[in-house]
Design a protein. Structure first.
Length: 111
């Protein structure tokens, strides 16, 4: 082999090493891309689940706010009625009615 052939062979070997390195880098990056796609899909699913849970919690919160407003109105009615009642038997009867209503409300809230 003469000198020019050796130089060509050396350059060819260097080029071959670079191509092998590029191919290995390509394969590694392709694997990382696939992993990222899988992770992205998993995160999307988790986000959908979190959004669904958030909506359910928001509905429950809105219902509890409604129930609270109703119970607040109920308390005002009870206080006004109790002020106007002079008879203790009648007062006891009203209190029993209110307690039953409160128990119903608590039952609804716990469901």
């Amino acid at each position: 082999m003469d000198e020019s052939q050796k130089q060509i062979f050396t350059r060819f070997n260097a080029l071959e090493k670079k191509l092998k390195g590029l191919a290995a880098s390509y394969i590694k990056l392709k694997e990382q891309l696939e992993e990222s796609k899988e992770e992205n899909e998993q995160l999307r699913e988790e986000l959908k689940e979190a959004q669904k849970e958030n909506q359910e919690l928001q509905k429950k919160l809105n219902q509890q706010i409604k129930n609270f407003k109703k119970s607040d109105k109920f308390t005002k009615i009870a206080v006004n009625n109790l002020k106007s009642t002079g008879n203790t038997a009648e007062l006891k009867e009203k209190l029993d009615e209110y307690i039953l209503e409160i128990e119903k409300c608590i039952s609804q809230l716990s469901n």
